[in-house]
Design a protein around this ligand. Structure first.
Ligand SMILES: NC(=O)C1=CN([C@@H]2O[C@H](COP(=O)(O)OP(=O)(O)OC[C@H]3O[C@@H](n4cnc5c(N)ncnc54)[C@H](O)[C@@H]3O)[C@@H](O)[C@H]2O)C=CC1
Ligand SMILES: O=C(O)C1=N[C@H](C(=O)O)C[C@H](O)C1
Length: 269
């Protein structure tokens, strides 16, 4: 049964590190209603019971299409893996359900294709590589600073179970920075890597370094260098709760626009 005035949400990847946090958030939020939970790792159990929230009447399923059909969802919130998110989005679009996507590692061509479909259907969708407000500010400050200090390196640090590198946040940061500075060569033009990868990944002349260690959640430093000085802008997510206000806001705001928005900063400006 759906409750009037609430956005009806299906969480995809609902038994993952992020998905479980999202389920807790949706269940608590008076503007949202949990109507489905999809994950391949758990079968037909009450999602609330599995998460220690008490009975919710919503049962885990591994079939997204079937869940969307039964639940009459407004929105899916997807935190799965880079190799399955694409199929999930196409399934949600097929059923006319708005995607709110936190899963990273999505190529730009997919974003453009989804935007066209969302425009045709007259509904909204959001892909946000990072939902933490502090991370959004870190990216914006870094882009602003790069206008004056264009030599930039990005170091991102994550838990060692992360599948994609560099992180979606690091790529988004680099994309925002290159809008503010010219393509340029950084470091010595004749520099040589004595061990492959020593200088990190290259994004239009900017280097990105990925650290994976137990103990980390999600962290990033953007280091900008100038003559006789460096500026370091750092953000730390010390728990996955940091992402939740952004996720809840996105699930509501996605009801209000048409087409694909890429980046949470575009919903809060
Ligand atoms: N945008 C943001 O603010 C954030 C994004 N992320 C991203 O979210 C994604 C998920 O991260 P975690 O929760 O740490 O990963 P995780 O591995 O803990 O969770 C992924 C879940 O997806 C499920 N899954 C995999 N394939 C599936 C399928 N075909 N159908 C249904 N469920 C499936 C898995 O069983 C697992 O429970 C990653 O891409 C990560 O980079 C993570 C944190 C914040
Ligand atoms: O996998 C994670 O944990 C995170 N992934 C996102 C990313 O790739 O940027 C967001 C955050 O950094 C946590």
């Amino acid at each position: 049964m759906t409750e009037k005035g609430k956005v009806r949400v299906v969480v995809v990847g609902a038994n993952g590190r992020m998905g479980r946090e999202v389920v807790r958030t949706v269940v608590k939020d008076p503007g949202l209603q949990l109507v489905g939970a999809v994950d391949r790792s758990v079968e037909k159990e009450d999602v609330g019971v599995v998460l220690g929230l008490g009975e919710t009447g919503v049962y885990f399923s591994d079939k997204l299409g079937e869940t969307l059909l039964k639940s009459e969802a407004d929105v899916i919130i997807d935190f799965t893996t880079p190799n399955v998110v694409r199929d999930n989005i196409y399934t949600s679009l097929e059923y006319g359900v708005r995607p709110v996507v936190g899963t990273t590692g999505i190529p730009q061509e997919d974003l453009q294709a989804w935007d066209r479909i969302l425009q045709d259907k007259g509904i909204g969708g959001l892909v946000a590589p990072n939902f933490a407000i502090g991370a959004i500010l870190m990216m914006k400050f870094a882009a602003q600073a790069a206008r004056y200090l264009p030599h930039v390196e990005i170091i991102e640090m994550h838990h060692d179970q992360k599948l994609d590198a560099p992180s979606g946040t690091a790529i988004k940061t680099a994309e925002m920075i290159v809008k503010e500075r010219q393509r340029m060569v950084q470091g010595h033009p004749d520099e040589e890597e004595k061990l492959a990868g020593a200088r990190g990944a290259d994004f239009e002349g900017m280097k990105i370094h990925s650290v994976r260690l137990p103990g980390y959640v999600a962290h990033q430093e953007v280091i900008l260098g100038g003559i006789g000085q460096t500026l370091t802008i750092r953000h730390d997510s010390i728990s996955r709760e940091s992402f939740m206000p952004g996720v809840a806001m996105a699930a509501k705001k996605v009801m209000e626009f048409t087409g694909l928005v890429y980046g949470l900063e575009n919903l809060i400006d």
